[in-house]
Design a binder for this molecule. Structure first.
Ligand code: IPM
Ligand code: MG
Length: 354
């Protein structure tokens, strides 16, 4: 297959983990005979420094004309403590989501048996937890009407029926392919927007009789996720709730550096780790590249290249089993492996196995 991939490394640890993600992307392509064309493009704080825009027009054009985007992370402490900054790196990520119509963000929360002890939760609660959060990504408070004054400010949590229908459809399709259990997470006891979600979901559930649909308030879902993470199979929720719940989800697995995601919609899909740019880890060769590498697996799987995805997952599992791990998940007394060493080990594994 011919694949044109836009590479957006961004800020902080982004370029370091991207180097490994790209190496894995290329190793798999050469192994399976795919013809890759990678094109790098600017985004985030780096793009602000160079062009003044966190998602320059040129980057948009490259993304739009690619088959997929591999994205790392954006963010920079220079902007974090300055509420008056006119332009922020995160706006680049939001612009990309909006301009590429990426309304469905698929965030799998999968645990690795050998890492359950890294979770702050008890091993027996975490073991076997495996669910997907489907986060709506182009609506809600992130994009609704805003006012930002010094005496008054608001963000509007607006959703329309078609926006809710299309994301629920994605969620039902995932549930159908998995354990056939969909949890719709909302705050329908308080929010009008949530009542629309619930109304639409109740109408649609009849079309998916093979899937069990349940409804849960977001506060309760946050609790249930740590009390009984195995309860969930597929959960679907609005933009803001999904943002919050998926960070919570990453704790279940033991490290933020393990969770990949896919964002799909009306144009080019984007594959990215769910974690941020971790400026404190920048340049230290300690960031975990696995979330980026697993995002590459999701990229191949999106194109139905399932053997390619499976080989990456196998290589990641093998690296963990061999204790070739970055410091935050390394076993006590285990050898030190940096970002590059872990990535290189996985690349070598891919070259040696089918
Ligand atoms: C995420 C991030 C982003 C979000 C930030 C960086 C704008 O937290 O992808 O979860 O809030 O969506
Ligand atoms: Mg987030």
């Amino acid at each position: 297959m011919k694949l044109k991939i836009a590479i957006l490394a961004g800020d902080g640890i982004g370029p370091e983990i991207m180097e490994q993600g790209k190496a894995v992307l290329e190793a798999v392509a050469s192994k399976f005979g795919h013809e890759l064309t990678c094109q790098e493009a600017l985004c985030g704080a780096h793009a602000i420094d160079v062009t003044g825009n966190p998602f320059p027009e040129e980057t948009f054009r490259i993304c739009e004309s690619s088959d997929a985007v591999l994205f790392a992370s954006v963010g920079d402490p220079r902007f974090d403590n300055d509420p008056t900054a006119k332009v922020r790196p995160e706006q680049g990520l939001l612009a990309m989501r909006k301009k590429l119509g990426l309304f469905a963000n698929i965030r799998p929360v999968t645990t690795f048996d050998c890492l359950v002890h890294k979770s702050p939760l008890k091993d027996e609660l975490v073991k076997g937890a495996d669910f997907i959060c489907i986060r709506e990504l182009t609506g809600g408070m992130y994009f609704g009407e805003k006012k930002e004054g010094t005496d008054e400010a608001y963000d509007t949590n607006a959703y329309s029926r078609p926006e809710v229908e299309r994301i629920l459809k994605v969620a039902y399709e995932y549930a159908r392919r998995r354990r056939k259990h969909l949890t719709v997470v909302d705050k329908a006891n308080v929010l009008a927007s949530s009542r629309l979600w619930r109304h639409v979901a109740q109408e649609m559930m009849g079309d998916y009789p093979d899937v069990t649909t349940d409804f849960m308030y977001v506060d309760n879902a946050a609790m249930r996720m740590i009390q009984e993470p195995r309860f969930f199979d597929v959960m679907v929720t609005e933009n803001t709730f999904g943002d919050i719940l998926t960070d919570e989800g990453s704790c279940i697995t033991g490290s933020m550096g393990l969770l990949p995601s896919a964002s799909t919609g009306t144009s080019t899909p984007v594959f990215e780790p769910i974690h941020g740019s971790w400026p404190q880890g920048k340049g230290l060769d300690i960031a975990n590249p696995l979330a980026q590498i697993l995002s590459v697996a999701m990229l191949y799987e999106y194109f139905d290249l399932n053997a390619e995805g499976a080989l990456i997952r196998e290589a990641v599992q093998a690296s963990l089993d061999a204790n070739v791990r970055t410091p935050e998940i390394q076993i006590a007394g285990g050898k030190h492996y940096g970002t590059r060493a872990v990535g290189q080990w996985i690349v070598d594994y891919i070259h040696q196995h089918v």
